[in-house]
Design a binder for this molecule. Structure first.
Ligand code: BGC
Length: 388
């Protein structure tokens, strides 16, 4: 063989080797199309957070609706349901990776919040004459259980089938100031009728207060589809609890009639949001608790109905809770990047949080949030999806 030919053969071999190596590199960073079929990549949720494993759990029903959850914060990461044309649409905002949730500025995307969801005035409340102090992480008030509420807990998880997953976590006595060793269990299940049910149970060994909810941000047109202001909202609530400038209820319960808070028949979220109104000024939009009428459907209160104006996706919420916090995403400020690459722009998601009323531990005329030893806290909320 002459020298030229040998060099040619050697050169080609080198080229082939190099391109193979590049191929391997690519395979490692971008999964093959078949492996990335799921909207959320399990591998991105296979992380240790604070020394404990975070994982992704996937629920699927016969129609192909899918819920993505992680035990880090017992969070709903994504929820895929069909739109009016049958196209699968993710209606819950979230992140693409578990550790992205583990930052203080995380806006409570999809977690279970507690042990006391919403606000406690001045971070103080008393039970039987004993005063408890909780962290003031929202101005002078406590919000969603304090700095290290349940949204940052790495829960135990048990998934026995494709339809449900059980998360459990125990808060030690005086954790973030709350009394009692509080054992909490939250079960997410997805039915073949496109209903996501969240069932909550808790016990304590010392008299305490409890108020658990899920804090998902919904956009029924999907992430990146713009603001939620054209979503049509109905709230089955003739009354609401007005707040002071720090969003603590004044204790009054007032009629929504003739106010921007009247969603008793379908109205777009944006219709009255800019109306001059002290309550809207305090909330920078809607950030208020509505008192549910108790419109019973199958033993639960019909709380809300929302329709995505572009997708035709309808979400009905049913609950055992007496109230629902409606938050129109007023603090969303493009601080984080969502799972499909869009920013969390102003009012591109809304929360509807079935719960007891804010600051109930300090408001004797609100339904009680006390949990006694020997009792079991038990409540559930159902999010039912359909199209119109
Ligand atoms: C509260 C808002 C708060 C938001 C945090 C809602 O439940 O009502 O005031 O900003 O949670 O993302």
């Amino acid at each position: 063989m002459n020298k030229k030919l040998i060099n040619l053969i050697l050169g080609c071999t080198l080229l082939v080797l190099l391109s193979c190596q590049q191929g391997t590199k690519q395979d490692k960073t971008s999964p093959s199309p078949t492996a990335s079929k799921e909207l959320v990549d399990s591998a991105q949720f296979n992380e240790d957070i604070d020394g404990k494993a975070a994982r992704l759990f996937i629920l699927k029903n016969a129609q192909g609706a899918t819920a993505y959850l992680t035990n880090f914060g017992a969070r709903l990461v994504g929820l895929v349901v069909p739109n009016k044309d049958g196209a699968m649409t993710d209606v819950v905002l979230g992140f693409s990776k578990a550790s992205l949730y583990n930052v203080p500025e995380e806006p409570y995307f999809g977690p279970i919040v507690g042990p006391f969801a919403n606000r406690i005035a001045n971070g103080k409340f008393s039970i039987d004459g004993e005063q408890y102090t909780t962290p003031t992480n929202n101005g002078k008030n406590t919000l969603h259980g304090g700095f290290k509420g349940l949204h940052f807990a790495n829960w135990e998880a048990k998934q026995t089938d494709e339809k449900s997953v059980v998360f459990s976590h125990t808060l030690p006595d005086r954790y973030e100031g709350f009394p009692g060793n509080i054992k909490i269990e939250v079960t997410y299940s997805l039915s073949d009728h496109d209903e996501l049910t969240i069932a909550y149970h808790a016990t304590t060994d010392k008299k305490t207060v409890i108020n658990l909810t899920n804090h998902a941000y919904f956009n029924l047109n999907g992430e990146g589809s713009g603001s939620i202001l054209n979503h049509q909202l109905t709230l089955f609530a003739d009354q609401m609890t007005p707040v002071d400038s720090t969003l603590i209820p004044t204790g009054a319960i007032i009629s929504v009639k003739g106010t921007p808070f009247d969603f008793t028949s379908a109205k777009s979220i944006g219709k009255d949001i800019e109306v001059a109104n002290e309550q809207l000024t305090f909330g920078k939009g809607y950030d208020h608790n509505f008192v549910l009428n108790g419109t019973e459907v199958d033993g639960l209160n019909h709380a809300a109905k929302v329709v995505g104006d572009q997708s035709g996706i309808v979400m009905d919420i049913y609950t055992e809770e007496p109230g629902i916090q409606f938050y129109s995403g007023n603090f969303m400020a493009e601080k984080v990047t969502l799972k499909n690459g869009n920013k969390d722009s102003f009012r591109t998601g809304f929360c509807l949080e079935p719960q007891h009323f804010p600051d109930s531990p300090n408001q004797s005329n609100f339904p009680s949030t006390i949990l006694n030893p020997g009792e079991t806290y038990s409540t559930k909320s159902v999010y039912k999806f359909s199209v119109q």
